[in-house]
Design a protein around this ligand. Sequence first.
Ligand SMILES: N[C@@H](CCC(=O)N[C@@H](CS)C(=O)NCC(=O)O)C(=O)O
Length: 199
Amino acid sequence: MLTLYHHPRTRSSRFLFLLEELGCPYDIHRIANIRRADGSGGVDPENPHPHGKSPALKDGDTLVWESSAIALYLTDKFTQNGIGPVVGDARRGAYLSWLAYYAGVMEPAWMSAYMKWEIPRGTAGWVKTGEMMTFVNATLEKGPYLLGEKFSAADILIGTTLKMFMGSPLLEKTDLLEAYVGRVMARPAFARAQAKENG
Ligand SMILES: N[C@@H](CCC(=O)N[C@@H](CS)C(=O)NCC(=O)O)C(=O)O
């Protein structure tokens, strides 16, 4: 049995969404506590994540952490609805790249912008938010999803993140992004996940 270690309104919420898309049986272990930016909170000793963060996933004795790894693990294991292109599928390369891009470029780019870090081009392994969003927007203009016609777990990670930042100083709200986020959030699995979010 799969167990998702989840804390409400954190990055683990996306895995309620993904697990609902996959339609596989799973348990939710509610992480009692996480550390907060203001110094409050703490680590739940029952949370197996190496840094006490949310999310983590257990599949029997197998522990998976880091959102992109969890997404790939789940879509490789539950292939029936094709939500993560498998080895041999022409879209596999793009799928892996978007999962890695999310963790290795998008998150660091937004965090750098938020913290107002000035990182000279050529020093960091990521690019600034402007360059990143030019690429994201060009991909979504072809759309309707990151992999073209096929919705994938990459849309869950990236769609929910765009939803969170859109309209903030970090990300301008545009018709293109709003339409994409709307498409992702309109999925019935998102509503089912929302219903499980808190309890
Ligand atoms: N890179 C991790 C980030 C996980 C993460 O930072 N989660 C936050 C909640 S959204 C957390 O647990 N923070 C508590 C802490 O930093 O100890 C992933 O994508 O899974």
